[in-house]
Design a protein around this ligand. Sequence first.
Ligand code: S3P
Length: 443
Amino acid sequence: MTARFEVGPGGRLSGRLRVPGDKSISHRSIMLGAIAEGVTQVSGFLEGADAISTMNVFRSLGVRIDGPTGGRVTVHGVGLGGLKASDHPLDCGNAGTAMRLLMGLLSGQGFASTLIGDESLTKRPMRRVADPLSRMGADIRTHEGRPPVRIEPVAQLEGIRYEMPMASAQVKSALLLAGLSAKGVTEVIEPAPTRDHTERMLEGFGVRVEREGASVRLRGGQRLRATSIDVPSDISSAAFFMVGASIAPGSDLVLEHVGTNPTRTGILSILRLMGADIEEINPRVVGGEPVADLRVRHARLRGIDVPPELVPLAIDEFPVLFVAAACAEGRTRVTGAEELRVKESDRIAVMARGLQSLGVDATPTEDGMVIGGRPAAFDPAAPVFRGGQIDSHGDHRIAMSFAVAALRASDTVLIDDTANVATSFPGFVELARAAGLAIDARS
Ligand code: S3P
């Protein structure tokens, strides 16, 4: 039997808690630390399976990395030309970010590499990165657009100007990393703002990155100088508790040291449009990234049409936002979110099925979902979901979203196939239980 969650109905969330480090920033800290000159110290590193996959890949590429111990990692950088061929395929596990960014980084190296992943990653589209990299002169082969990915060495990459057809930080980052070893300037134009951790961190390593409106540019041949990186808590992990506290009457919770980079705060904007009560306390900048403590109290949510421009800024938070929408008064409509279909699972189909099985009026559309919501006179403490059994399809964010839904369920919610929660949120069960969720993990 696979791992599962058993979550008792009701309860409220309270206290102070710190969720683990940001996944996007943790991946990048290893990658940039590895190709920098000198020793990079990382603190607050996410000790989850995805970031550990990246760490192990770089060890296979000849980089000494100490840790993680209590979120501390030491990366002994080898410089951009110092990576060595691995004698075995590089296993990215469940991590799309690892694979796509590595495609960029490795395409300009003087050796061949093969990138592989788990069952979910092996189904995910890689042409979005392989195509523009090929235009830079890279020799990249996929298996019908999906992993495994084979990268052969080429004499020299050339910088290109690339207008991305989709808003994707992974595509943007892959091209910028390839651009470091390309001749001339690499420029990426985004159709909408996406997370800019790569740009910020490159600057922290001393690389000149020119940003102007939707354009990001860098010149190849620049060297990275080691630095220290303090990884903030992951707003995508905090999101489960933001929604949980918002929907559960009596909740009052403080989430400490959460990354509030404006390219990641779509969840805050959307929940506030729905009427959530979220206060940002003590905003500060830590290692080039904005951070704040977030105080979240229960509020009566209302359904909205989610503004499409907020979608890329909350792309990983939609599973739990659908749960919030189910608890809101009136209908919520999400459009422009077709990317959700190619995440760790088809998050539109899997969430709609799960919500329907708990009694929610949820209609999947090609690019989003329409969720019926509650009538105006609905008692804000009454159960919204009936109990039931959910198949998370091995998707960490689906599993955690339904765990939080149990706060407003009438009966126990069982969630199957939850082992992958450890990819992004090790310790979720313990932290959620300490905050007030009646959750148990079973195997
Ligand atoms: C990520 C970018 C996003 C996000 C993923 C992490 C990153 O993917 O969904 O979880 O770290 O760059 P896309 O770039 O495909 O939108």
